[in-house]
Ligand binder design. Structure first.
Ligand SMILES: [Cu+2]
Length: 111
């Protein structure tokens, strides 16, 4: 008899550390949510997952200025990228800066 938990043909979904902010890019040039957080200030880990089939980026901006040293890029469907950055309390914007993806915006609240 086959038992549960055998190895399947597809690997397990990636798991992320607790507290990781997970952002999904979904079809029709959107993030899956328009607002993320609130999350605690400090060093934040982000995971960016592509549910869509075209390339997307993830950058963070505050008051129109990009947060330095943070940029995630995902290519084909199912790909993901991870990174971390130190953020102070405030309201940030999550943006995909691929040309034509200007509608890909969401807010991130950091407390
Ligand atoms: Cu995009």
């Amino acid at each position: 008899m086959a038992s549960c938990g055998g190895s399947g043909s597809s690997g397990p979904p990636p798991t992320y550390a607790p507290g990781t902010v997970i952002v999904n890019a979904v079809p029709s040039l959107r993030f899956e949510s328009q607002s993320y957080g609130p999350v605690p200030a400090g060093k934040l880990s982000f995971a960016y997952v592509n549910i869509d089939s075209v390339r997307h980026t993830l950058i963070i901006a505050k008051d129109g200025s990009k947060v330095a040293n943070f940029r995630l890029v995902i290519g084909k469907k199912g790909s993901s990228d991870e990174g971390s950055v130190e953020l102070d309390p405030g309201t940030y914007e999550l943006i995909c800066d691929v040309p034509g993806h200007g509608e890909m915006k969401a807010s991130l609240t950091v407390e």
